[in-house]
Design a protein around this ligand. Structure first.
Ligand code: COA
Length: 704
């Protein structure tokens, strides 16, 4: 239902005992659209003037209390009444107000709740101020009222972590005043208010309260931690600044300062990028052509191969409530697999995420077998066995005689041709790729690979499964590397060119860290092991055109046993088992001698140039992927990089950045790169087509 056209989203219902109900009905999540703000203001005026009303409950219909400002309105000029003013009306109301919370009272929603004198909630409700995740700060008193309610340190934790607080904690720290245990939230809230009348105490609005005490030392250490974690994102720092103001300025001054920061951030590039990420996550789930297709029901899932990947996949499914069978072909392999699955949950116990008992119950919920015949009832089988075409073909051939006709056969291959795997089956329409990222129970990204014969119903089922797994599931077509690894392989090539052309390993890592990646790429290569890419490089080398530039340095490192952290040396040196990278003189020497051997005249590359080319390279490969219809839309590519490759979310993704920076600029950089790097680096015609038509890359449709 369209939130903007919903008539009369706020009404005042007069009940007995002089208590009125201010009711909000703005599906799907009761966002604070202009109509809701206006309605709330009018409602509060009515409560104020109507002498028969002694107090009011603020309550929302549907699945949740107000889930926040209307994010669709955030980038646009705000329309009156502004939210802080509406909340000021609530705050100043002479009659007691209680907000009745259910679902998720987030952002502006929780700010509204803090504008009321009291908050009561159902036990399953969650509250939070996740604005920082959208590149802004709470802009309607959140940074000023929350420290008054629970102190600066707790406020800073909730605001900068963006987490949703559960009700047991909320009650304990004073975010809410009471839990309503009975099912009828509204009745419970009314009873709460009547009890308050009985006490005879006049309610005090939060704005009038002094700031709650905070432990200065631990507040300072929290601030230091947050600042270190931001990696270029401004909003958490600005939120801390505003929370600090709560202690040094009056409420009114603090509110004015908060508003100024909010407005400045709301129109920033970072906030636009983070909104793109928010809506992008929801857009990718909407796949043209699949809207009206019912997914098959999936409850029994089997995972074949219990290596690191397979056991992670099995855990991901078990955690989402599926019944999971793990298959290994040998008893010994199965024992190891059991150990890996158990290790995942024992790790959870060590990190304090699970109790020992919960872990044991989880582990006991898996079935383990060496017999494919045990999979006759499976709805979905995922193979995560050795990356070998023949092994996979044989496995699927054997499987088809065991499983039912509607069982979906998925492969977790990262680069084998799924069309070829499917070709051995009588029902290739049941085959789909489910490409997980390691560790599969933690990483958010899932590429769903739509093979040539995959049935729409199978694809719809894979999407539904991805949603239940709470993954960011992106549909990709069949090609070497699908979306993510294909762009990443291209990027790796570029990073190698930088090295050969004159940049040092640590300069490149530094440039990428400054860009906002959590680790430098060469440190990542060392962490994952250089031999993994070696195999991929060998494969790639056979299909390369003779004129394509190839950098031998990584192969030479592998030949010298420099396989990364596990070998104690890779691109960096790791002394005495330490994981701390130290620049390696041996690598520097090798690089220098390769430059001489190839007659490359060394040149310095600035961080800026490295970043510019990395971005342009990703955009170009992304455009090629669009042209080949490997990705459905530019936003799908962004979601892959944001959720699987550490691309800084506050930059929105490379395709988003292309529009922000201007396509003509990107093409200019790419032309330079093409002139220097030659074969394989041709500028994608998609960019020229967008420029010619005066359209944004974001508008590119893969039907073109
Ligand atoms: N403004 C506008 N639209 C919103 C919205 C908001 N604050 N929050 C959610 N929506 C929309 C979603 O885009 C989605 O629309 P669609 O069905 O057209 O795709 C719909 O509401 C349902 O949201 P969805 O996230 O799919 O549902 P959910 O039940 O999984 O999660 C929430 C509900 C509220 C937890 C989640 O939507 C959320 O975190 N929203 C943002 C909350 C927030 O950041 N508020 C602070 C804003 S300042």
């Amino acid at each position: 239902m369209d939130q903007h056209n919903h008539p009369n989203p706020v009404s005042v219902i007069k009940a007995e005992n002089g208590i009125a109900v201010i009711q909000i009905d703005n599906p799907p999540v009761n966002a604070l659209s202009h109509a809701v703000r206006l309605g709330l203001k009018q409602a509060i005026e009515q409560v104020e003037v109507d002498e028969s009303i002694k107090g009011a409950v603020l309550h929302c219909l549907g699945r949740t209390f107000i889930a926040g400002a209307d994010i669709k309105e955030l980038g646009k000029p705000p329309k009156q009444p502004y939210l802080p003013d509406v909340i000021a009306y609530l705050d100043a109301c002479s009659k007691p107000l209680v907000s009745a919370l259910h679902g998720t009272a987030l952002g502006g929603g929780f700010e509204v709740a803090m504008g009321c004198h009291y908050r009561v909630a159902l036990p399953q409700a969650r509250v939070g101020l996740p604005e920082v995740k959208l590149g802004i700060i709470p802009g309607a008193g959140g940074t000023q009222r929350l420290p008054r309610l629970i102190g600066q340190e707790k406020a800073a934790d909730i605001i900068t972590s963006c987490r949703q607080v559960k009700m047991t904690e909320a009650l304990e720290i004073g975010l809410i005043d009471a839990l309503i245990d009975e099912n009828d939230l509204l009745e419970g809230a009314k009873s709460f208010l009547i009890k308050q009348f009985g006490t005879g105490e006049a309610p005090v609005s939060i704005s009038k309260r002094p700031i709650m005490e905070t432990n200065e030392e631990s507040y300072a250490s929290l601030k230091a931690k947050v600042t270190k974690r931001t990696r270029g994102q401004i909003s958490p720092i600005k939120a801390l600044e505003s929370i600090d103001n709560a202690a040094t300025l009056s409420f009114e001054e603090g509110m004015a300062a908060e508003r100024a920061i909010f407005l400045e951030l709301a129109s920033s590039d970072q906030a636009a990028a983070l909104r793109h990420a928010f809506f992008g996550e929801r857009t990718i789930a909407k796949v043209p052509g699949l809207e009206n297709i019912d997914p098959r029901s999936v409850t029994d899932v089997a995972v074949i191969g219990a290596g690191n990947m397979g056991s992670g996949i099995a855990a991901a499914f078990a955690d989402a409530g599926y019944s999971v069978t793990v298959v290994e072909m040998s008893e010994a392999g199965l024992e190891q697999g059991k150990g890996r699955v158990a290790g995942i949950y024992q790790g959870g116990v060590k990190r304090g995420k699970l109790t020992q008992e919960q872990a044991e119950r989880k582990i006991a919920s898996f079935s383990f077998t060496t017999q494919l015949a045990d999979l006759s009832r499976s709805d979905l089988v995922i193979e995560a066995v050795f990356e070998d075409m023949q092994v996979k073909k044989d496995l699927f051939t054997n499987l088809q005689s065991v499983v039912g006709p509607d069982c979906i056969l998925a492969t977790n291959t990262s680069y084998l041709d799924i069309n070829e795997i499917a070709s051995v089956l009588e029902k290739p329409e049941n085959v789909v790729g489910l490409h997980f990222f390691s560790p599969a129970n933690i990483m958010k990204l899932l590429e769903i690979v739509d093979a040539e014969k995959t049935a729409p119903e199978v694809l719809a089922t894979a999407l539904a499964v991805g949603k239940k797994l709470r993954k960011i599931a992106v549909i990709a077509g069949v090609c070497d590397g699908f979306i993510g690894n294909r762009i990443w392989a291209r990027n790796r090539q570029l990073l190698e060119f930088f090295l050969e052309d004159g940049a040092e390993v640590e300069d490149i890592d530094k440039a990428m860290l400054e860009f906002g990646f959590p680790m430098g790429p060469y440190s990542v290569f060392d962490l994952s092991g250089l031999d993994i890419a070696w195999a991929q490089r060998k494969r790639k080398k056979t299909s390369m055109k003779p004129a394509e530039r190839y950098v031998e340095i990584p192969d030479l490192l592998c030949e010298q046993g420099r396989l990364g952290i596990k070998a104690g040396k890779g691109w960096y040196d790791y002394e005495d088992g330490s994981r701390k990278p130290q620049p390696s003189s041996e690598v520097a020497k090798l690089v220098a001698s390769e430059r001489v051997r190839k007659g490359i005249s060394q040149r310095k590359l600035s961080s800026e140039e490295i970043q510019k080319r990395v971005l342009a390279g990703m955009i170009n490969e992304g455009c090629k992927i669009l042209q080949e219809k490997i990705a459905l839309r530019p936003v799908d590519i962004d979601m892959v990089l944001l959720n699987g490759y550490g691309y800084p979310v506050w930059r929105g993704g490379p395709m988003f950045a292309a529009d922000q920076l201007g396509l003509a600029d990107i093409v200019r950089t790419l032309k330079e790169m093409e002139a220097e790097y030659g074969e394989g680096w041709e500028v994608s015609p998609v960019l020229a087509a967008c420029i010619e038509r005066g359209m944004k890359l974001a508008e590119w449709q893969c039907t073109e």
